[in-house]
Design a protein around this ligand. Structure first.
Ligand code: ACO
Length: 428
């Protein structure tokens, strides 16, 4: 591997250091480039720009590998639990049995939210999208825990903020749904595990005993593991950049939730189901929709297909597709939309347009089908993603703080007007 790269600017050569990661990924370090040459680099959408060195998640989009802290996603999805994966991502290694029990115990202790959160929730009309409600409730935590505003406080205090948000997120997520339904909110049940408690908060009613189906709780746990981190994506980068200004953990996480909301990121799971429903209502002609996706004059894209990083099968999509089959069978759910999804996938995988552009199904192509089978309404899909991604965002924020990263502040190439004199209104 070369340890430097040569770049010529206006005829003069400059040597730039090259750095290598533990998986032999290489990067040219341009951090001093402008100071040396007066020139910046430009890369809209950061398609080829590394923003940080990170030890959390490794992914190789060319070969379809995803590992959290070195552990393959396939093994974690199969054998671990969401809270264990959360511990792994945030603290860097798998917990011992005692460490895991203590972590789970602390999270259970902090599930209750302040009663005044109900007043905040009451202020939202039932038309409010649950993602907006969720990000607002997470920001509101700063008001109830003002000591969390300063990320420079002791590690114990920062860690308490971390525990609190993991503990309260299922409550906020479920309450954002209850608000939409006009139903009374439920209180957490600390006798239940993390996912079962969430299901109780979502589907429980004060009038009837809600019995958690273990198949549903297990499937949900797996989905959360699959969504737990994905290195420097749009929302993780947002969390890091907001946190780099020394904004609080909760403010940074709330920004991450908003970044996730868009249909090109976490909002894709909602968009996929809406797309599949539209295709069904339209008569199920997948060829027609494939043609639309390929037509450059048509804004339609095949939602759930393509990825900025994966140019091979998204390994999470493989696991989710298998899980979708298993969950639907175990619950006895027949969903015609699953057949449409499988048909579309088959056609896309054989279509030259998709083959040439290396467009494969991503994590969200099948996740919505499982959520639906679990009884989770479409507008809640992205909230489910946020629930899963929470430990990843926390780990990214914590690493950014520990690395003492400088404030994120990209540069630009200005293309506007040159200097001109102000004209008073009367002269315009
Ligand atoms: N349907 C049709 N064409 C597509 C699709 C798609 N889903 N995705 C990419 N393309 C085409 C583009 O039109 C472009 O074609 P061109 O080279 O002829 O202009 C080419 O493939 C490359 O696409 P870009 O948009 O340049 O790729 P980028 O890396 O910027 O975008 C993204 C990645 C946003 C995920 C894109 O593939 C997309 O919009 N997919 C659909 C939305 C989606 O599923 N998002 C979820 C992503 S996973 C996640 O966030 C959890």
């Amino acid at each position: 591997m070369p340890n430097s790269a040569e770049v010529k600017v206006n005829g003069q050569s400059y040597e730039l250091p090259v750095i290598e990661g533990t998986e032999q990924e290489t990067a040219i370090d341009i951090s001093a480039f402008r100071a040396q040459t007066g020139v910046i680099t430009i890369d809209p959408g950061f398609k080829n720009t590394g923003s940080t060195k990170s030890a959390i998640t490794f992914l190789d989009g060319e070969t379809g590998i995803l590992r959290y802290r070195g552990y393959p996603i396939e093994q974690l999805a199969d054998q671990s639990s969401f809270l264990e994966v959360s511990y792994l991502l945030i603290y860097g290694d798998l917990p011992s049995p005692t460490e895991l029990a203590e972590f789970q115990g602390r999270i259970t202790q902090h599930t209750l939210v302040h009663e005044d959160f109900k007043k905040i929730l009451d202020g939202f009309p039932s038309t409010a999208h649950p993602m907006g409600v969720l990000s607002s409730l997470v920001t509101a935590l700063t008001a109830f825990y003002p000591q969390s505003l300063d990320p420079n406080r002791s590690w114990e205090e920062v860690n308490l903020s971390i525990i609190r948000i993991i503990a309260k997120m299922p409550t906020f997520a479920a309450w954002s749904y209850k608000n939409q339904m006009g139903h009374p909110v439920m209180y957490p049940n600390n006798n239940l595990d993390y996912c079962s408690n969430f299901l109780h908060l979502m589907f429980g009613l004060p009038s009837t005993e809600y019995e958690v189906n273990p198949i549903v709780a297990k499937a949900l746990d797996k989905l959360l593991i699959l969504h737990a981190d994905h290195e420097q994506n749009c929302s993780a980068s947002t969390v890091r950049i907001v946190g780099s200004s020394q904004a609080s953990l909760y403010a940074s996480l709330s920004a991450g939730i908003n970044a996730l909301w868009g249909p090109l990121h976490g909002g894709a799971n909602q968009a996929v189901i809406e797309m599949l429903e539209n295709i069904k209502v339209d008569g199920g002609d997948t060829k027609k929709w494939m043609a639309k996706a390929k037509d450059k004059n048509d804004p339609f894209r095949l939602m759930g297909f393509g990825h900025r990083v994966y140019k091979n099968f998204d390994p999470r999509a493989r696991i989710i597709k298998k899980a979708a089959d298993e969950v639907l069978e175990a619950l006895g759910v027949v969903d015609p939309v699953l057949d449409i999804a499988k048909g579309l996938e088959q056609e896309a995988l054989e279509d030259q347009y998709f083959v040439d552009r290396k467009l494969y199904p991503n994590v969200d192509f099948y996740s919505g089908i499982i959520y639906r089978a679990l009884g989770i309404p479409t507008e809640m899909f992205t909230v489910m993603f946020a629930l899963g991604r929470l430990p990843g965002w926390i780990a990214q924020w914590k690493e950014m703080r520990e690395n003492k990263e400088p404030i994120g502040r990209p540069r630009q190439i200005y293309t506007g007007e040159n200097e001109r004199d102000y004209k008073p209104l009367s002269a315009r």
